[in-house]
Design a binder for this molecule. Structure first.
Ligand SMILES: C[S@@+](CC[C@H](N)C(=O)[O-])C[C@H]1O[C@@H](n2cnc3c(N)ncnc32)[C@H](O)[C@@H]1O
Length: 169
């Protein structure tokens, strides 16, 4: 019996830690203070659409919907975190403002976004730089926790907390 439990925990850890690391970064939540700061720096407004790339436990999308009145979309590759996001959104009564789906954001169309947020590996930020430039509309903002985007000029930088905001012109 114990071996089934150990095996199950091992498989879940593999899915939750190793698998996302290969795609864009393992789960490590942004601190709530930084989530709010990121959304403020990105000037997220009520009714705007935010997409969080790698939604984790949902803290960015839930804050965007609850505190900023935005329509928030999350995409998450880890099915365990995905379920956590969905459960939290429903428990908070935010189903009408929040959508979370399972998938790889590199395969997602981001053209609907007014704001894109992420906290990922630097390799993922490097890879996203071209995709975001092609897909985002003028006026859209990108806010990144810790990772600068190569080839983009930051509109705002918080050097202390290592937050970067970019605007599509
Ligand atoms: C560092 S966590 C950030 C979570 C959340 N955005 C936050 O700021 O608290 C990165 C998340 O991205 C997810 N992830 C990594 N690569 C991904 C990909 N290619 N597509 C979708 N989700 C991905 C991971 O599973 C993890 O939950």
């Amino acid at each position: 019996m114990i071996w089934y439990i150990v095996g199950g925990v091992g498989i879940l850890s593999l899915i939750s830690i190793c698998f996302p690391s290969l795609y864009g970064g393992a789960w490590s939540p942004s601190r709530m203070r930084l989530v709010r700061k990121m959304l403020k720096m990105a000037e997220l407004k009520p009714g705007e659409t935010l997409i969080d790339l790698g939604a984790g436990d949902g803290r960015v999308i839930l804050t965007a919907a609850r505190e900023f009145g935005a329509k928030a979309i999350g995409v998450e590759i880890d099915p365990v975190r995905l379920q956590i996001c969905k459960t939290r959104a429903s428990a908070l009564g935010l189903d009408s403002l929040v959508t979370v789906s399972w998938g790889n954001f590199f395969e997602m169309d981001m053209s609907a976004a007014d704001v894109v947020s992420f906290y990922l590996s630097q390799a993922a930020a490097d890879k996203l730089a071209d995709k975001l430039r092609k897909e985002l509309k003028p006026g859209a903002r990108v806010v990144s926790n810790r990772r600068p985007m190569p080839g983009w000029d930051a509109e705002k930088v918080d050097r202390l907390d290592r937050l970067y905001v970019y605007r599509v012109t």
